[in-house]
Design a protein around this ligand. Sequence first.
Ligand SMILES: Cc1cc2nc3c(=O)[nH]c(=O)nc-3n(C[C@H](O)[C@H](O)[C@H](O)COP(=O)(O)O)c2cc1C
Length: 157
Amino acid sequence: MNNPEILIADYSWSGKTRRVADQLMDLLPGAGRYELTVPAGTFPTDMYATDAVATKQITDHAYPSLTTPLPELTNYRLILVGSPVWHGRPATPVHSFLQTLTGFTGMVASFFTDAGDQGDYDAVFHQWAPAGLTIGPSHENGANLSAWLTELTSKEV
Ligand SMILES: Cc1cc2nc3c(=O)[nH]c(=O)nc-3n(C[C@H](O)[C@H](O)[C@H](O)COP(=O)(O)O)c2cc1C
């Protein structure tokens, strides 16, 4: 797989996941980047208030819209989806992005950052993904990024 066939799609609320995505970009020169953004004011600046907003979005099935135009997915064979762990789940903009991957024939794999408790992150990521999407192994916060990339690219689809 060539790096231009890899897309790094990340949401970051306070910058930590963005830094991991930046490291991935350094390891994969030529890869594509899509930073998930939501309308200004969607989430408060307080962590607990943000958690409450995200939980209500999930309960109401009212996920935030993405404000950055979506990339042309047919260019890619592997999409690395990054997010902070929120309440043991991916951040809700990741749900919005995953819905755009219906029919994507490549592989998706997730990476996340957390403060020590990933909760049900992987299970919820799989649950939020459209049916039929191929999902590879996820990257645990703090684990070796290069080893993960080698594992993924050896599973080429
Ligand atoms: C709304 C919210 C909920 C969070 N829930 C968790 C959690 O369940 N477990 C955990 O370990 N960290 C949790 N955190 C901490 C973040 O996952 C952690 O700081 C992450 O690295 C932040 O990434 P970011 O800077 O890319 O937003 C939460 C943070 C926020 C804002």
